[in-house]
Design a binder for this molecule. Sequence first.
Ligand SMILES: Nc1ncnc2c1ncn2[C@@H]1O[C@H](COP(=O)(O)OP(=O)(O)OP(=O)(O)O)[C@@H](O)[C@H]1O
Length: 574
Amino acid sequence: MKTRSNYWQLLPYIRPQWHNIVKGFIGILGYVLATLALITLARQFASVFGGRNLSAIALEISLLATVFLVRGFFQSVQDIYMAKAALRVAFNLRKYIYTHLQKLNLSYFETAKTGDLSYRLTEDVDRVGEVVHKLFHDFIPCVLQLVAIPIYMIWLNWQLTLAIIIVAPLMGVLIGWFGERLRIFSLKSQSHVSDLSAILTEVFSGIRIIQAFAAEKYEIARFSREADRTMKAKYSAERLKAIQIPIIGFLEAVSILILLFVGGWQIATGNLTVDKFVAFLTAGALLIDPIGHVTSNYNEFKQGEASVDRVFELLAIKPTVEEKANALTLPDVSGKVEYRHVSFAYKKGEFVIKDISLLAMPGEAIALVGASGAGKTTFVNLLPRFYDPEAGQILIDGVDIKDVTLDSLRRQIGIVPQETIMFSGTIAQNIAFGQDAFEMKAVEEAAKIANAHQFITQLPDGYDTWVGERGVNLSGGQRQRIAIARAVLRNPRILILDEATSALDSESEALVQEALERLMASRTVFIIAHRLSTVRRCDRILVFERGQIVESGTHEELLTLERRYARFYAQQFS
Ligand SMILES: Nc1ncnc2c1ncn2[C@@H]1O[C@H](COP(=O)(O)OP(=O)(O)OP(=O)(O)O)[C@@H](O)[C@H]1O
């Protein structure tokens, strides 16, 4: 059971906008006062209307026109400042969530659906912004009118006021009931839409596999099922609104009929003048609009609450790798890496790394070999703190990596992954990834070291060639050399390389290999090695098995041992 609406959590994002909101409120106040002035003028108008005094009528009309103008001016003031406040709330919230997501652990993104995340950051945040806008721009002014106008009406004639508001409690109950049902339908519909968007992201990124497996029909059926659920949930909400509007409309009509009856009766008995009745009717007419708005706002708030819930659900996820409050900046290191009795489990109790100790000296190249699932990737992922170990310590140059800022730690570690991801931008921007300002000369130098300069200069726009989404296609070997250039430019003392397993043509492989060797020179390197040439050339080879290092030594030493590595070598590399 939810006790407190997540809407309250929006308060810290709304508060900084107070100056815009105050300006908007001045607009609202002016607007409500002008509305009350309209009612008074309507009463005066009714009293001069039958009097054949043309100049009095003209004066009243010009006064009415002026009040309408003033009212319009205040409405604009309110519109401008409230829109500004609401858009800023949405902007800040979106930025905050995005920043928060960047801090979450890899493990979160391994299970999260990217389509769903995008939906929450775009559509859901937009809807939250709309709700804030509606609240200040529509709801609060309407509520103010719904308070001010009835007070004025009571002052005019309390019996008539009573007649008009007699159905209000029933209306309130109905609006509340419909609102809650709408919130539930909305939550369902939003979760279906984001599932839909998750399917789309999955499908378009895996379209090759889908076509290769001739799974189009299967995917179309899956998409249709989800689209159908989305449609049904939306239809349920629309059907509910379609029933609600005439019911509320009928209740409004009933209250007007009661008003006409009581008014007619009071005029007949001499307890009410016609001009007062006209003023009263004007006030009643001016109430219809705010009642309609408050009803639809309430529905929108209930629907919007689903988005607010989904947005704050993201913010509630806490990163498990956290920086200490007093974290230090890791100074430039020489590259000595030490693992001390390190154990790690993705799931409680299921250890993937079991009590490993290791000392890597600056400049040492260490190959990690072993069967798939033995824990090699996990082991290296602990170094940049993508995960934190359950037990043990990892030190760089004698400093515990938990004592330093993530930024300063990760800046000292270069990673060349198996699959190079290209971000939308130019080749130069991709090499200088993560830097706003970079020297073109340095980028070119890095590309030269990475054996990438030549193919880049042959591209139509050279270093300015657009890659990534809808950009130029690069081969596997070219992408790898870009990744190497990225690492060269960063110039880290420690390197993590995950050698690509996919076969490159021999020319490309030679170029990549040469680039890697230049990159590795004089750095501490952990390389998940698949190529025999790499393994042999490393200073030390670690053989992983079920989360432990079972053999360690040079290629020759391990071969003479004639144990796992020798078997492995015979199977894999012969
Ligand atoms: N994010 C994760 N969540 C849960 N378990 C995981 C996760 N990543 C890896 N594992 C498990 O941890 C174990 C070690 O995996 P890891 O990827 O480190 O092995 P590896 O030796 O690098 O294998 P490969 O060469 O296939 O990449 C495996 O049993 C794997 O299923």
